[in-house]
Design a protein around this ligand. Structure first.
Ligand code: HGY
Ligand code: MN
Ligand code: MN
Length: 439
């Protein structure tokens, strides 16, 4: 395993004017905060008016830095510092959100990507950085999967992990397909799919993200380095019973679809507890949905995650069995359908080694931590070297308006990003920006 030469003045190339960076961060933050933010939380969903506003904000940020913007066929948008070329370095994250989410999950990585360009451009102007390859700040399309149910849509399409035909047919809560939503937004759904150009142009990717837990609080560290992502996925459970009168139908005669669903929610919690895993039914709907009608149908999405692929399989199997048993007890039918599944991800050892060495040289701590959250960098790890830097979240709460980060921790994340990008963009063009992939 090798990493780029660190002997050539990384500290001068990676110097950050922290007061200026913080001022810029606040301005960008305020502009972004005007888009899709409601009293109950952030709602930024793919291919909506808010999504278009986010893209305009991104384009304006790029233009103000003299960067050119390209949107790839999968709707991922890149701001280029330098001419697009194979083997470029990428950073960034996503601007979409969960339903009534926070402001940090995703945007932090995009904002710090632009701030990193500011710092590196200043270093170049001082003569402290000789850039050998371009840098792209990326906003990946629909990371959360809030609208169409499948997470990391942009990176899964880009890498070929999701079949384009399947993707085009995904529907939102109103029955609008991804294809129709893209068309309405002026994009071409027929062009989606594995993108050899974007893959070749992404020589390595470093993503900064808010930590979505309390590991860094426990470690008293402002920034951490991701080691691995737990395997995870989504499964649709459909319970089908029979509608009847909520007053006159005798209990013994009912085929109430909500009953086995309720039992399955509890069983999922028990199985997750037993296996030290996670299982959540966060989205479900009841049909016909009348207050005085026995539920005829419940359609529910299970989000399940575990430390290994085998434990995840066991977890989903246990929950499926519990659903079938409970359905049988209540005269209800149940079907289980896998919507998506991502295997375990081990982030690139060459990049991890680079981040660790640079942190040590700078005298800063960079503890290594695994995560249970999914990310575009996890999807792309199957194709190219990727890594993730996590910024401490003071309460550990995420996918909630309570998401937060302290200024000092944001700046620590920026320093960690800039010193790594300074090395990567200076890496000679006759090879990859970093070697030591996990293959
Ligand atoms: O759901 C996730 O793990 C991520 O935050 N998209
Ligand atoms: Mn998220
Ligand atoms: Mn995220």
């Amino acid at each position: 395993m090798t990493t780029p030469d660190l002997s050539s003045g990384v500290s001068t190339a990676a110097a950050v004017d922290e007061a200026a960076a913080l001022a810029t961060f606040r301005t960008m933050w305020d502009q972004l905060g005007a888009i899709g933010v409601h009293p109950t939380g952030t709602r930024r969903y793919s291919w909506t008016d808010e999504d278009a506003a986010l893209r305009r904000w991104f384009t304006d940020q790029a233009a103000s830095r003299g960067m050119t913007v390209h949107t790839d066929p999968n709707g991922n948008i890149r701001a280029w510092w330098g001419e697009p070329a194979d083997g470029a370095v990428a950073t960034g994250s996503h601007l979409d959100s969960v339903a009534d989410g926070g402001k940090w999950d995703g945007p932090l990585g995009v904002l710090l990507g632009f701030l990193a360009v500011d710092a590196l451009a200043a270093a170049e102007a001082r003569g402290n950085l000789v850039r050998a390859r371009p840098l792209a700040v990326v906003d990946y399309m629909d990371e959360e999967g809030t609208r169409f149910g499948v997470a990391c849509l942009g990176s899964k399409l880009m890498s070929g992990a999701l079949d384009p035909e399947t993707a085009r047919a995904l529907t939102d809560g109103d029955g609008v397909t991804l294809a129709a939503a893209m068309t309405a937004a002026g994009a071409d759904p027929q062009a989606i799919g594995r993108d050899e150009v974007a893959l070749a142009q992404t020589g390595a990717q470093v993503e900064v993200h808010i930590e979505q837990g309390k590991q860094l609080v426990g470690l008293a560290a402002p920034v951490g380095l991701a080691t691995a992502i737990w395997p995870h996925g989504r499964w649709e459970f459909t319970f089908t019973g029979l509608a009847d009168h909520a007053g006159t139908a005798r209990l013994a005669d009912r085929r109430d679809a909500a009953l086995p669903f309720a039992a399955t929610v509890l069983a999922a919690r028990g199985a997750a507890q037993d296996l030290d895993a996670r299982a959540t039914f966060g989205r479900f709907h009841v049909e016909p949905g009348g207050p005085n009608v026995v539920p005829a149908k419940v359609v529910a999405l299970l989000d399940a995650r575990a430390a290994t692929d085998a434990v995840l399989a066991d977890l989903v199997d246990r929950i499926g069995r519990a659903a079938r048993d409970a359905a049988g007890d209540h005269g209800v039918e149940v079907t289980v359908r896998e919507i998506s599944r991502a295997p375990v991800v081990d982030f690139d050892e060459g990049l991890r080694d680079l981040h660790g060495k640079l942190a040590a040289e700078a005298g800063e701590r960079l503890p290594e931590i695994p995560t249970q959250a999914g990310h575009d960098s996890g999807i792309l790890a199957a194709e190219l070297p990727t890594s993730m830097l996590f910024v401490r979240s003071p309460h550990g709460i995420s996918h909630s308006p309570l998401e937060d980060a302290a200024d000092a921790d944001v700046l620590a994340g920026l320093r960690a990003l800039v010193r790594s990008l300074a090395v990567l963009v200076a890496a000679p063009q006759d090879g990859p920006p970093v070697t030591g992939r996990n293959d």
